[in-house]
Ligand binder design. Structure first.
Ligand code: RIB
Ligand code: CA
Length: 330
């Protein structure tokens, strides 16, 4: 039997991060070593509590490490951006504006605490002690990983691969030029791009081609388990929010960005088109702040540094998600 893939997830839990955690924990080919929280979709206390709630519903025992509460430097400049920019809109008949991520996931309050060690030190301690066989899967702003790289650059040689959800070439969300994870901490993203580690980027260009729909949500709910319900609740919430904020080709569907990055770790064939290219991040603070600049030119003197996904196999992704979630009993 092939060895399980050791991964560390870095999350800003959120509704799609929650599904990424559940699928990473339940996939039989993944050894989920730990989950690190970071500020992003919501401030750190919320993303950390939501991560702990997901661990409880899984009845799992992986450790959770709390990470950074603010971006490295981008919030220092006035008017550059104010951190969380959650897309929201008022929908007739609804009390509160609809958002893609709620403050708290609709799960019982957590029952077990985070670890005492900060996520950044956990990365440094764990990677330096490792055999170089750990894959990092950041699906929120890259602050934790970039801070660890700055504090101890030697970890870069000990990272097997980074498979990150972020960026966009022909697709964006938070601004006309940028995707949220990169936009929320552009300098952190550039530090990761310059790290020399093997990097696979799962951007919006791929995640928007792998939406999960209302029929599939009903299949998750029909499993009759607490995890099946949690997944269906997250998917249904996302479908409602996306139908108002960023309608997909199939109106009763929504991207589950972060789970696609998890799927790509153990099923790289889910990405049906990608380019090995140069990727840099606009950190100039202007209109394109946080943009992933994809440079496929052959005559650039900048070394190619990432595999950038451009399309995905939606049906394979949906089958994989169902196969993972149906493994939960209870
Ligand atoms: O742009 C999508 C990404 O931003 C996802 O990871 C979502 O959870 C948010 O973090
Ligand atoms: Ca996320």
């Amino acid at each position: 039997m092939a060895e399980k893939r050791k991964i560390i997830l870095d999350v800003d839990t959120g509704t799609d991060d929650a599904i990424a955690i559940m699928t990473a924990y339940l996939d039989p080919d993944i050894d989920l070593l730990a989950v690190c929280s970071v500020a992003g979709n919501k401030p750190l206390p919320y993303t950390t509590e939501n991560t702990l709630r997901v661990r409880d519903v899984l009845r799992a025992d992986f450790p959770v490490y709390r990470g950074c509460a603010t971006a490295m430097v981008s919030t220092l400049l006035p008017n550059r951006h104010g951190g969380y920019s959650g897309q929201r809109t008022q929908v007739e008949g609804m009390e509160a504006p609809i958002e893609i991520h709620t403050d708290y996931l609709e799960l019982p309050p957590s029952t077990r605490p985070v670890e005492k060690e900060h996520a950044v030190w956990y990365y440094i301690d764990t990677l330096l002690r490792s055999d170089g066989d750990i894959t990092l899967v950041p699906v929120g702003p890259l602050t934790n990983l970039a801070m660890a790289m700055r504090l101890e650059p030697a970890i870069c040689a000990k990272i097997r691969e980074i498979v990150l959800m972020g960026g966009g070439c022909y697709r964006t969300n938070t601004t006309a030029a940028a995707e949220f994870n990169i936009w929320a901490d552009p300098e952190a993203a550039q530090i990761v791009m310059d790290s020399g580690c093997p990097i696979r980027i799962i951007p919006l260009d791929a995640t928007h081609r792998a939406c999960i729909n209302a029929d599939e949500s009903r299949e998750f709910r029909a499993l009759g388990t607490s995890v099946g319900k949690a997944v269906a609740d997250c998917v249904d919430h996302r479908i409602l929010a996306y139908s108002h904020l960023q309608p997909m080709e199939r109106l009763d569907s929504a991207p589950i960005h972060d789970a696609l990055a998890v799927c790509a770790v153990v099923h790289p064939e889910v990405i049906t088109k990608s380019i090995f290219t140069r990727v840099d991040i606009d950190i100039s603070g202007g209109l394109a702040d946080g943009q992933t600049i994809v440079d496929p030119r052959t005559y650039t003197d900048r070394p190619r540094n990432a595999d950038f996904a451009l399309d995905a196999d939606r049906d394979l992704f949906a089958r994989w998600m169902m196969d993972c979630i149906r493994r939960f009993q209870g």
